[in-house]
Ligand binder design. Structure first.
Ligand code: GAL
Length: 993
């Protein structure tokens, strides 16, 4: 429903701070505070073909004239290369209370070469945006052009490294590329704007944590250019930028928005230390621009990225990555309560958690600092499995969706906890329209705190308990349907009307004692339907006391209103089995299964889809007259209950067993690196003849440019072959190279291995952080110090381009060989190089590097490996170079089961080798046996054929100093549910295409 013209005129004529009409007539505007009353939030968004307004004041966004708290989570479509599974993650987010998904769109993922853009297949942005709107989620769109995101070049395409013009400035050469990118993205996004009813795109970010040139014309002009470009492309939703902290950078008015006002939001990112007290940095925080309210007083508190986990670096002595279990432990459910509730208490009403589903930096997507898994310790893990971190998100998300008071809060006078409450921090807020009071109670200490707190309207202090390192939100004076909650020491989760009754859910940790006081004009009839509860009535107040243990159901009838209220007191585990869902016929509340994906009401029938893991009861509250039930399209026998619900007669079945084959048989093996042999024909390779570059790495005097990017080789391995004759007296050769962390170089002279150099050597902390350039020095075998023709073959494993967080063009630091010198001789070397072949037309530019096997399709299904040697694992070869292993396996997972499968590689960590994993031709990541920490690689369904044949190819790069595997290679089940989404196979062309 759009803002009526009359309401709009009233706003504009009297109190609006500023507004602008988009060319199409769609409206976004800034409101003056106090003009928008607290009322029900907007309904579930979708592509409804209607116009919508998106405005804001300093309290919140205002959508169609109603306040909206944005409860968002970040996921990256490019980190889940199976579009069907996007829907799975989106549905899980929606079910667990998120109303918005925030996404980066990564330029490098879509552009293999200047002028070439791909938005098809796994890159189908249009499809993603459709799925988000079908799921009922708003979208925050973040297409950069720079995104950081621990992705290669921070999102910049490989080819941009070889172009002139300082990136992330108003340099015209750079801007011409940027405009091309934005034109392509925006052509898709413009079809999905919520303002036009084409989709659910609500907000749009330009640039990313841009903190260089903040006061410099190069920066201001750049931001102004991006702003104008995006507007010119028809994007009329509010735009914003994510300040790297609450620095006050890029607040409204800090750059030229072409005369538009009121359509720019200020946002700042927060990644606070999980071991320190949560900072107060929203509207209500103390301090100046850095901490408090002064950064942008007229826009709502907006955190476009709040750290919901953290990325994990490579293992080994240098970085010491510990794996994502540690990340998830440090930022667990209690962390979420402490930090996210503190944000709400500081006036943050647009809140996005980075990451909510981290996914996989497959192929050559990862920036050098991270390994393949981008699990991030997020609430939904890399294998798409829900974690306990979803519990607080679920409880808070549904609360913000159902109870409107939280969208408009002012600071209220401090409340003092009693003396026993040392260490308890209490925030007190109030809604000026409704008079509701909200409390956030946080315990930063290491012991639980129990106290009495003078909650508004309670008279005597109300007992509250907060476990160590935890927090809770309490409310007093909110409406639960027709009744008013005077106070409760349990956290409210939702209130809705289902048919003839109202339902309210309150939550807390299992075992907690709760007291809930409801205003009732006369004494109500109270029936405890499940569990144990005490009740008493006096002075117009019904008090219900219960210990949280599973679910306690208390039916309150009469007491001044004819509509009964079902109070559900649910402990954490139970609350996350309660699924509210809006349907056009009214709200539905489902209890029991592990996930509710969709709910539809058709006359007397309720159709539900979702997942079970264990067997689960199914119970539904919904509109009047429902008496038929289907689950995943199967009709169920159901009967009415005393709780006013419909309950399935039989429990839903859980997931069946999933059998995974052992990968012990059928392995075939073949060695490669023919490039190391002197006679190898390199005549088709690119001669290294350039003398100038746009790289930031200087070209050594008297040498050609050897940087691979200058010859259009941007991803993965690159080979060099240098020919020379005058090697008489040559003692050693020095190969300077640059790769990013964990890169390596191996060399052969006339086919003879000279050795391998690694960057950094795992225990060598002398390599300067940030440069990741080093020099390999090999001695020249005496018998090769001759004036005959020689060939020096060098293989460089590049670990991708640096990010450019500081706007220093660091993505342009050279990759590959940089300089070659000899001692004892000064031969003239003529170089040729070869990296990746033309990008795979389906899998894209980041799927392959330049290994011989990759250039010749050894990774692809259908490759003719008939002549390969049959072998058994484990292996213990000692060889410098590249060896491939292939096998195939069949899966026969039940069609109704969503099995999430991973591949595990394991071996003695002393063995120096690494493996690229190709499943059906898709590069699922890189395993480094002696670095870690990653051993399990997620194989996304769609690429993985769960009902059919699969081809697994492993490209093993071993440095020859130790025996090399692979040894233990096996499939593992990461989770299984009965249900899931339909999964279309991801195109996996074989050798012939
Ligand atoms: C932020 C950045 C994100 C990501 C994150 C760390 O500063 O905006 O792109 O890099 O840090 O994961």
């Amino acid at each position: 429903m759009g803002l009526s013209r009359r309401t709009f005129n009233a706003l504009a004529g009297t109190t609006a701070l500023g507004l602008a009409l988009g060319g199409s007539g769609a409206l976004t505007c800034a409101y003056a505070a106090q003009t928008v009353p607290t009322g029900p939030p907007p309904g579930t968004p979708g592509a409804d073909g209607r116009g919508h307004t998106i405005g804001f004041d300093h309290y919140s966004l205002v959508v169609d004239g109603r306040r909206l708290v944005v409860w968002s989570g970040e996921m990256h479509p490019f980190r889940l290369p199976s579009p069907s599974l996007w829907r799975d993650v989106l549905q899980k987010m929606r079910a667990h209370g998120y109303n918005t998904v925030s996404i980066y769109v990564s330029w490098n993922y879509h552009s293999p070469a200047p002028g070439h853009y791909d938005f098809t297949g796994i890159r189908d942005l249009d499809l993603f945006l459709r799925m988000a709107s079908e799921t009922g989620l708003y979208v925050i769109l973040r297409p950069g052009p720079y995104i950081n995101a621990e992705i290669d070049g921070g999102g910049f395409p490989g080819w941009l490294t070889a172009t002139e013009g300082r990136a992330r400035t108003a340099d015209p050469a750079y801007l011409s590329h940027v405009d091309e990118w934005l034109t392509r993205v925006n052509a898709i996004v413009a079809r999905h704007l919520y303002t036009k009813g084409g989709g659910t795109v609500l907000l749009y970010q330009i640039e990313n944590e841009y903190d260089a040139y903040v006061t410099d014309p190069a920066g201001r002009d750049y931001m102004a250019h991006l702003y104008r470009k995006v507007r010119a492309d028809g994007i009329d939703v509010p735009l914003f930028h994510n300040d790297k902290g609450r620095n006050g950078y890029w607040v409204p008015g800090s750059f030229d928005t072409g005369g538009e006002t009121g359509r720019w939001l200020y946002g700042f990112d927060g990644y606070p230390s999980p071991t320190l007290a949560p900072p107060d940095w929203g509207h209500f925080g103390a301090g100046g621009v850095k901490g408090g309210a002064t950064a942008s007083p007229r826009t709502p508190g907006f955190v476009p990225e709040f750290g919901g986990g953290w990325f994990d670096p490579w293992g080994g002595a240098w970085f010491d990555g510990k794996g994502y279990a540690e990340s998830r432990r440090l930022r667990d459910a209690a962390y979420e309560r402490r930090f996210y509730l503190t944000n709400l208490a500081n006036g943050i009403t647009l809140h996005s958690v980075y990451m909510t589903f981290g996914g996989t930096s497959w192929g050559w997507l990862p920036a050098p600092v991270v390994y393949t898994s981008y699990d991030y310790g997020a609430a939904i893990d890399e294998g798409r499995q829900p974690t306990a971190k979803l519990i607080p998100m679920h409880q808070l998300g549904h609360l913000l969706r159902h109870i409107p008071d939280f969208a408009k809060l002012d600071r209220a006078p401090d409340v003092e906890a009693n003396a026993a409450a040392d260490g308890l921090k209490a925030y007190h807020l109030t809604n000026p329209d409704t008079g509701a009071h909200v409390y956030v109670l946080r315990n930063d200490g290491d012991v639980p705190v129990a106290s009495g707190l003078p909650l508004h309207g309670a008279g005597l202090p109300v007992p509250v308990a907060v476990p160590a390192q935890d927090a809770r939100l309490l409310a007093a004076g909110i409406r639960l349907g027709r009744r008013k909650l005077r106070y409760s020491n349990a956290q409210p989760m939702l209130a809705l009307t289902a048919g003839r009754q109202e339902i309210a859910v309150l939550t807390g940790r299992s075992g907690e004692e709760t007291v809930t006081a409801l205003e009732c004009a006369s004494e109500p009839t109270v029936t405890v339907l499940e569990g144990e509860a005490e009740q008493s009535y006096a002075d117009g107040l019904l008090r219900v006391e219960a210990q949280l243990d599973g679910m306690t159901r208390v039916l309150v009838s009469g007491g001044g209103t004819s509509t009964p209220l079902l109070l559900l007191l649910a402990d954490d585990e139970t609350s996350v089995r309660l699924w509210p869902h809006d349907t056009p016929s009214g709200p539905v509340l489902v209890y029991g299964p592990a996930l509710l994906r969709t709910a539809a009401v058709d006359g007397p029938s309720v159709g539900l889809t979702g997942d079970t893991i264990e067997a689960a009861d199914l119970e539904v509250w919904g509109p009047r007259g429902i008496h038929e039930l289907t689950w995943n399209e199967r009709e169920l026998k159901a009967h009415a209950t005393s709780s006013g619900s419909l309950r399935a007669a039989q429990p839903l079945a859980g997931a069946g067993a999933v059998a995974l084959p052992a990968l012990t048989n059928g392995w075939l093996r073949k060695t490669e690196n023919p490039e190391s042999a002197p006679a190898f024909d390199d005549s088709s390779w690119t001669p290294a003849e350039k003398t100038t570059t746009h790289s930031t790495t200087p070209v050594p005097a008297g040498q050609p440019v050897l940087f691979a990017d200058d010859y259009s080789f941007h991803y993965g391995d690159v080979w060099y072959r240098g020919r020379f004759t005058d090697a008489t007296g040559a003692e050693s050769v020095s190969l300077a190279y640059s790769t990013g962390t964990q890169g390596l170089l191996m060399a052969w002279l006339d086919g003879r291995p000279l050795g391998t150099h690694r960057m950094p050597v795992p225990d060598n902390k002398t390599v300067r952080k940030g440069s990741w350039a080093d020099t390999a020095v090999f001695s020249v075998p005496e018998e090769l110090r001759t004036d005959e023709p020689h060939v020096l073959s060098v293989l460089v494993r590049r670990m991708q381009h640096d990010q450019d967080g500081k706007t220093q063009d660091t993505h342009k630091v050279a990759r590959g060989l940089t300089a070659v010198t000899f001692t004892g001789a000064a031969p003239q070397v003529s170089w040729r190089l070869q990296g990746e072949a033309a990008p795979d037309p389906v899998r894209g530019p980041q799927n392959n590097g330049g290994l011989y096997g990759e250039r010749n399709g050894w990774h692809l299904p259908g490759y003719g490996d008939g002549g390969w040697e049959a072998v058994q694992l484990p292996r213990a070869d000692r060889r410098q170079g590249v060896t491939w292993y292939r096998t195939s396996f069949r899966l026969a997972v039940d069609a109704g089961t969503d099995a999430s499968v991973g591949l595990v590689l394991d071996d003695d960590p002393a063995r120096a080798y690494r493996v690229q994993i190709f499943l059906n031709g898709w590069n699922m990541g890189q395993y480094i046996n002696d670095v870690g920490p990653q051993h399990t690689f997620v194989l996304p369904n769609g690429i993985l054929h769960t009902r059919g044949a699969n081809t697994l190819a492993l490209a093993v790069l071993s440095d020859g100093t130790t025996p090399s595997g692979p040894s233990d290679v096996r499939l593992t089940l990461l989770g299984a549910a009965a249900g899931g989404v339909p999964v279309a196979p991801v195109a996996s062309p074989g050798r012939s295409t």
